[in-house]
Design a protein around this ligand. Structure first.
Ligand code: GLN
Length: 483
């Protein structure tokens, strides 16, 4: 089912793995096929590693080598893991299809199967999803045991769903962002991908530690409060799910949703119901505004974060055009940023800068922040587990413990009609891929995508389990019941 061959080859002075043509890993730490018993981990290329370059899949940072490890990487090394290489991604994490990369697109290693189990569409190139496409593809191809990704608006859950692996976006603040190159700080989370919920849990437990170097890290006290708040609601969850209240949010069935995904979700829900869980339809009305609000907030933060890459203090400096001698710093900035950043990143910087201008600030940025508050309130109104981050009115007694919804509106899109330059799927269509994942990101909640079956086209479909803030352990336990 999964390609096992993994050939490392030289690429632009670096090595990248090819497995059925996947450009999943962009730098290798050594022989990725050796198995010395240590957990083999791939790390998304926007997370700093002292032993390997960190390019963010951008020409801007093509030669960047961090002097330190990100806290998540340091913790994994201390736990005995072997960091096998850096995983391809969309440039600075911006994208849903992993086509916006200086290293080239990531090809999904999954081979579609027909109803009789025979591989079909052999050789069809499909997207691995983004932006952590290299992390998901490396896990799916068996190159590593688990991978670190980042999820700002769905970048762990979407590729996990497209590649048929498990992907966790933890509660915001549980895994340190120290050493993660920021895209949108208020949304960025380090996430974990693996072939089973168990391995994701193992990696998550090693890296979910308070870090004083991250000013947004959740304190030990808050983590403990979240555990105490959820404990009374966690049923034993062994063979029986008696007492578990599952919410099914009605806004997660848009017209664009593939009908075969609805069928798979129903099958999962019926299975959980048969094991004793109750299914409760719920509504989070502000969900319909989430995608627009996300793209305003994420782009605004990106425009500010990426201002540091100016070719003078940081990043690629473009050579001056032949025959000219420009010494004006503003010209160096303009040239370096035009050449160093790809099209999608430039689009976000322009959009974000506009949203932050005096004229647009109220209508765009503040409005998006209001939507974000409404979305957070919407989740708090459906969960019976209280939110420990703020003093809120008591949660509803008849509320739910977790939510379940499809992870994506479709299976992996074919790559051959997508290019980073067209405006088809890589334009608004690409943004639409995030419609299921961004509400949870805006609310900072934990979400786990678990493979749940194959769609009508024989490609993987994931379902997402969402919990109250800090209930990551709970979400993982429900994920095990689905697996
Ligand atoms: N696809 C979304 C975007 O392009 C999310 C990316 C992410 O989570 N890093 O903004």
């Amino acid at each position: 089912m999964r390609p096992t061959c993994c050939i490392a080859r030289q690429f632009c002075g670096r090595q990248r793995t090819q497995s059925s043509g996947i450009t999943a890993l962009v730098t290798l730490a050594g022989d990725v096929t050796s198995n010395d018993g240590r957990l083999r981990i791939a790390v998304k290329d926007n997370i700093c590693t002292s032993s390997l370059p960190t390019t963010c899949s951008s020409a801007m940072l093509y030669h960047y080598h961090s002097p330190f490890d990100a806290t998540s990487v340091r913790l994994l090394r201390e736990a005995g893991a072997h960091i096998i290489g850096k995983a391809n991604c969309d440039e600075f994490g911006m994208g849903s299809l992993n086509v916006n990369s200086v290293h080239g697109p990531v090809i999904n290693p999954f081979q579609a199967h027909n109803a009789l189990g025979a591989a079909r569409d052999h050789g069809e190139r499909r997207s691995a999803g983004g932006s952590s496409g290299g992390s998901a593809a490396s896990v799916a191809a068996g190159i590593c045991d688990a991978a670190l990704g980042t999820d700002t608006g769905g970048s762990v859950r979407l590729p996990a769903s497209y590649c048929g692996v498990v992907g966790l976006k933890p509660s915001y603040g549980l895994i340190s962002r120290f050493g993660v190159i920021s895209f949108a700080d208020s949304l960025d989370c380090v996430g974990v991908l693996g072939n089973s919920v168990d391995i994701v849990k193992q990696v998550f437990n090693s890296v979910s530690v308070y870090d004083p170097k991250d000013p947004t890290a959740a304190t030990d006290d808050l983590r403990k409060k979240a555990r105490l708040a959820s404990d009374p609601y966690i049923p034993a969850l062994t063979s029986s799910l008696e007492g578990l209240r599952i919410g099914v949010p009605q806004e997660y069935f848009p017209s664009e949703l593939d009908p075969s995904i609805v069928h798979i979700l129903r099958t999962v829900l019926r299975r959980l119901e048969a094991a004793g869980a109750s299914l409760i339809p719920v509504s989070i009305p502000a969900t319909k505004f989430a995608l627009s609000a996300y793209y305003v907030i994420a782009s605004a933060e990106a425009s500010s974060n990426l201002a540091r890459f100016d070719g003078v203090r940081y990043g690629f400096q473009a050579p001056t055009p032949s025959g000219t001698t420009t010494t004006k710093t503003s010209d160096i900035y303009a040239l370096s940023r035009s050449k160093g950043f790809g099209k999608e990143v430039q689009k976000r910087i322009l959009l974000g800068t506009y949203a932050l201008t005096a004229d647009a600030f109220d209508n765009y940025f503040l409005q998006a922040q209001r939507v974000r508050t409404r979305i957070k309130e919407g989740f708090n109104k459906v969960f019976r587990i209280p939110c420990v981050q703020s003093a809120l009115p008591s949660p509803p007694e008849n509320g739910v413990d977790i939510l379940i919804h499809p992870s994506a509106i479709r299976t992996a899109p074919p790559l051959d009609n997508i290019s980073a330059d067209d405006d088809g799927l890589s334009g608004l269509g690409e943004y639409l891929q995030d419609v299921m994942t961004v509400p949870v990101s805006l609310a900072g909640l934990p979400a786990l995508s678990v493979p749940a079956g194959l769609g009508a086209d024989g490609w993987p479909v994931g379902v997402s389990v969402v919990g109250q803030w800090g209930c990551d352990g709970f979400v993982l336990r429900v994920g095990e019941a689905i697996e």
